[in-house]
Design a protein around this ligand. Structure first.
Ligand code: E4P
Length: 224
């Protein structure tokens, strides 16, 4: 499983880079907006410095095929050709994907709400597919089932596309995505915090510590 951070907050990326088996960082314009008016390329280059060989997924803003392609070109010119270009799966996005894939760009097909968008993105050769888990649930769409069927399609067609499930609001949604075959997930820092800073985990750690101290009178094994 590949775990990615869905944020461009430098402090959070630095913090979790040291903690998680982090495969990369994903962003979109709404995520970038949360940081205020950053210097776009300078900021994303700082992320690249922090994550080293980790992946960076950057979303286009242009809506027409030619605009998407121009956005993609300036993104790789500034951030490197290893950058994954996130492109929404609609008519213009699919058209741009065809061209960009034929030119060797790395593509993450995003804004996936339906099974059919997923099938098209697989056929277009997208490297990653980003189904929007929570947004699908809000529309009463069975996100887990869509991830499962897209996984089957990837196997059936021997495709190299991977499912990068996104848009999570709780840990259970992440579990469901993993359980149903997503090869990668991207989640905001608060989801990792929800998962790892549970009172029961801390209670177990504290109880073990107390029991050690009660037997040996030291705080650490190396103090014996
Ligand atoms: C990531 O690739 C997506 O753009 C993101 O997870 C969407 O999340 P949201 O539904 O919380 O906006």
């Amino acid at each position: 499983m590949e775990f990615m951070l869905d944020t461009v907050n430098l402090d959070k990326i630095r913090y979790y880079q040291n903690i998680l088996p982090l495969a990369g960082v994903t962003s979109n314009p709404s995520i970038i907006k949360k940081e205020g008016k950053i210097d776009f390329y300078v900021h994303l280059k700082k992320i690249k410095e922090i994550i080293g060989s980790g992946q960076l997924h950057v979303q286009v803003v242009g809506e027409l095929k030619e605009e998407i392609e121009k956005d993609a070109q300036v993104i790789v010119d500034n951030l490197g050709k290893e950058t994954f270009i996130k492109i929404p799966v609609n008519e213009q996005g699919l058209a741009a994907m065809k061209t960009l894939k034929s030119k060797g760009f790395k593509v993450t097909a995003t804004a996936i709400y339906t099974e059919f968008q997923g099938y098209l993105a697989i056929a277009a050769g997208a490297d990653y597919l980003a189904p929007y888990y929570n947004r699908m649930e809000n529309l009463n769409i069975d996100a887990a089932e869509i991830i499962r069927t897209l996984g089957e399609e990837i196997k059936r067609t021997n495709s190299s596309s991977k499912i990068l499930a996104a848009s999570f609001k709780n840990v259970n949604q992440v579990n469901q995505a993993c359980r149903n075959g997503a090869q990668a997930v991207t989640a905001s820092p608060d989801i990792f915090e929800q998962a790892l800073v549970m009172p029961s985990i801390q209670k177990a750690v504290t109880d073990f510590h107390d029991d050690w101290r009660a037997i040996f009178g030291t705080e650490k094994i190396y103090e014996l």
